[in-house]
Design a protein around this ligand. Structure first.
Ligand code: TRP
Length: 373
C-alpha cells in the first residue's frame, strides 16, 4: 500500500484538507485572530494546519519563552519553496520571540540520499545559511547545528545523543513500518536523531524549554506523530518532558510547470540566486498558465487564477496587499488581464525582491561565522 505521507517520497500532495483530517491535524485559520501580526504565509493559508499551536500562543501571551525547532535537508539550490520555511523561522525569532534551534540534517541526508558529508556541509552553509541570514535570521537566540556534531560542550552533546539512543526503545519495528513503509537501518537512525532534534530543547542542558514548536512541510508529519508518542512513552524517571511538541504545517508551493518545486529540476524552481534574465525567461517560458489559447478567447472567457502558477506565487509570497491581490484575481478572471501581463507583474516583483536579496546575501557572508560557533 502506498503511504499517505512519505517524508522521503517525491509525491505531490493533492488534497491537504483530507490528509489533515485523517491524521488529526487542526486547521490553522481559527487561530489567526489570536496572532498579533500573522505572517503572510499564515494569512494566505499556506500554513494550513497545526498540532497544539494554541499552546505556543498561550506562552507568547504570558511572555514565557518557547523554543522553535526545525531542520533542513541540504539539497541543491535554495529556491522559493525553501523561502517559506525560512521566513517562518525568522518570524518566530523576530516577531513572536522564540528561541531558534535550527538543524542541518546531514546524517539524514547522508543516509537517505547518499551525498558525502563535506559537500552537504558546503551546501548547508552556502545555499541555506547564507540565504537565511539575507532573509533576516539573526545569530542572537539562534542555535544552528549539524546532526553529526551537536555541540562542542560535552554535557550538551552527551545529552543529545543519549536521547537519540534511548528513544529507540520506545518504538517497534512494526510501528515504524506502519508509519514509514519499508524500513532500513539508515531510516531508523535518521528517525531517532530527528526525535532527538525535536525533543532536545526541553532538556536542561539546552535551556529546559517548556514548549517546542516545529514548523514543517506536511511531509514531515509522520515524524511529529512518532516523536510525540515516544515523548509520551518515556517514564518520569527517564525523561519528564513538560509537554508534547507542537507543530505547524505548510503546503508545498507549485513548481513552475505545475507539479512539485524540486531542487533536482532547475526548470521547476526560481532559485534565490537566479539572475534577472534567468527569472524572466523561466517565468515567460515555463510558468504554467491559467490563460486561454487565444487572446480573443481569454477576453471572452477569462483566465483561471486557481491553476495559474504566476498568480499563486503573487498570492502566497509577492503581493501582500490584500486589495491589490484581489484586483489581480478579478482582472485575470474577467479576462481584462492577459497572461503575459500577469507574468510581467510577477517578474517585476521577483526582480526587485531578488536584486535586494542578492545584495544582502553578499553581505551575509561576513556573518556566517557567528552562526558556526
Ligand atoms: N527531515 C527533515 C527534512 O527532510 C529535516 C529535519 C531533521 C527536521 N531534523 C528535523 C525537521 C527536526 C524538523 C525537525 O526536511
Amino acid at each position: 500500500m502506498a503511504l499517505e505521507i512519505n517524508p522521503w517520497g517525491s509525491e505531490d500532495v493533492k488534497d491537504y484538507e483530507k490528509l489533515a483530517k485523517e491524521f488529526g491535524i487542526q486547521p490553522f485559520e481559527p487561530l489567526l485572530k489570536r496572532i498579533k501580526d500573522p505572517h503572510l504565509a499564515m494569512r494566505r493559508g499556506l500554513v494550513f494546519g497545526h498540532r497544539d499551536f494554541d499552546r505556543i500562543l498561550d506562552s507568547v501571551k504570558r511572555k514565557e519563552c518557547y523554543a522553535m525547532m526545525t531542520g533542513l535537508m541540504p539539497s541543491g539550490k535554495f529556491h522559493l519553496g525553501h523561502k517559506i520555511l525560512a521566513e517562518q523561522i525568522i518570524y518566530h525569532q523576530q516577531v513572536l520571540g522564540g528561541r531558534i534551534f535550527l538543524c542541518v540534517a546531514d546524517i539524514e541526508a547522508y543516509n537517505m540520499r547518499m551525498n558525502d558529508m563535506e559537500a552537504l556541509r558546503n551546501t548547508a552553509i552556502n545555499e541555506y545559511l547564507l540565504n537565511y541570514i539575507a532573509l533576516g535570521l539573526k545569530p542572537k537566540n539562534c542555535d544552528f547545528y549539524f546532526q553529526s556534531s551537536r555541540s562542542k560542550d560535552p554535557d550538551q552533546s552527551n545529552a543529545f545523543y543519549r536521547l537519540a539512543g534511548m528513544a529507540a526503545r520506545k518504538t517497534t519495528f512494526n510501528e515504524m513500518r506502519a508509519i514509514y513503509g519499508e524500513i532500513s537501518p539508515a531510516k531508523v537512525m535518521s528517525v531517532m536523531i530527528q526525535v532527538a532534534d525535536i525533543l532536545h530543547p526541553m532538556l536542561p542542558e539546552f535551556g529546559g524549554f517548556r514548549r517546542v514548536v516545529v514548523p514543517v512541510g506536511i511531509d514531515q508529519d509522520p515524524h511529529m506523530r512518532l516523536t510525540r508518542d515516544i515523548a509520551f512513552r518515556f517514564n518520569k524517571n527517564e525523561y519528564a518532558f513538560p509537554s508534547l511538541p507542537s507543530s505547524t504545517y505548510h503546503r508545498f508551493i507549485k513548481g513552475l510547470k505545475g507539479g512539485k518545486m524540486s531542487s533536482s529540476d532547475p526548470l521547476s524552481y526560481i532559485a534565490l540566486t537566479d539572475d534577472p534574465k534567468t527569472v524572466k525567461n523561466k517565468i515567460m517560458k515555463y510558468a504554467f498558465s491559467g490563460g486561454r489559447e487565444t487572446v480573443a478567447e481569454h477576453r471572452k472567457k477569462g483566465g483561471i487564477p486557481e491553476v495559474d502558477v504566476s498568480y499563486q506565487y503573487l498570492y502566497s509570497q509577492f503581493e501582500p496587499d490584500d486589495r491589490k491581490i484581489k484586483r489581480i484575481y478579478e482582472d485575470y478572471k474577467s479576462g481584462s488581464l492577459l497572461t503575459g501581463e500577469l507574468k510581467q507583474i510577477l517578474i517585476e516583483k521577483l526582480e526587485s525582491f531578488l536584486g535586494d536579496h542578492q545584495r544582502k546575501r553578499e553581505k551575509a557572508k561576513k556573518q556566517v561565522d557567528k552562526f558556526l560557533k
